[in-house]
Design a binder for this molecule. Structure first.
Ligand SMILES: [Zn+2]
Length: 202
């Protein structure tokens, strides 16, 4: 079990094609545990394997968000979208690969996905609100679709500048109250504290 580094946009690895998981092996179960540790270390409620640089079709959703009342995060292996509602909902969305960035995105209010679980059994999950949003956000990661694909070119440049500032090496200057960057000096594990109520990192 280990916390793995999160791949931050615009790292091209986030656009890599993903491969299906052939079989739920010990390796996949180890990947699941690393994803759990990493998701919680960075205050996420969902994470896709490609966000730690593993281009497999697999993601996790926090059990509370998934309506299971707590427990281990739910693994979605080789997920497919079965259906989405015509009714839509706009809400701020964060992503572990865009620390501190939130984008208002309109998505279907409900979604139903089919997937394989960590026990290798097929299952379907239907959710509304944040659960639907989380499933669709993570499914987007498997097709290389990211938050910045929902915004215009100006906003995209702003996001790039902000992330580039955050990525600057700490050695350049002495950090202090006058720093214009708004995160905890090189430690991305703290970015979750930037999340406001109702905003979730996926
Ligand atoms: Zn994400």
């Amino acid at each position: 079990m280990a916390v793995r580094p999160i791949v931050i946009w615009p790292d091209p690895r986030l656009r890599e094609p993903t491969r299906p998981v052939a079989e739920v092996t010990d390796e996949i179960r180890a990947l699941y545990r690393d994803l759990v540790d990493t998701m919680y270390a960075y205050d996420g409620v969902g994470i896709a394997a490609i966000q730690i640089g593993v281009p497999l079709r697999m993601f996790l959703i926090d059990a509370t968000v998934a309506g299971r009342g707590g427990g281990d995060p739910v693994a979605f292996i080789n997920p497919e979208i079965v259906s989405v509602s015509g009714e839509k909902e706009k809400s701020d969305e964060g992503c572990l690969s865009f620390p501190g960035i939130y984008v208002a995105i309109e998505r279907p209010h409900r979604a139903r996905l089919a997937a394989t679980g960590l026990d290798a059994a097929a299952f379907e999950a239907e959710g509304a609100g944040l659960f639907a949003r989380a499933m669709l956000h993570e499914h987007d990661h498997l097709t290389g679709k990211l938050l910045v694909d929902f915004v215009g070119p100006l906003k995209k440049r702003q996001i790039r500048r902000k992330l580039e500032r955050q990525a600057e090496p700490a050695a350049g200057h002495v950090h202090g109250e006058d720093c214009d960057h708004d995160h905890d000096h090189g430690d991305r594990a703290h970015t979750g504290t930037l999340a406001r109520a109702g905003r979730s990192n996926l």
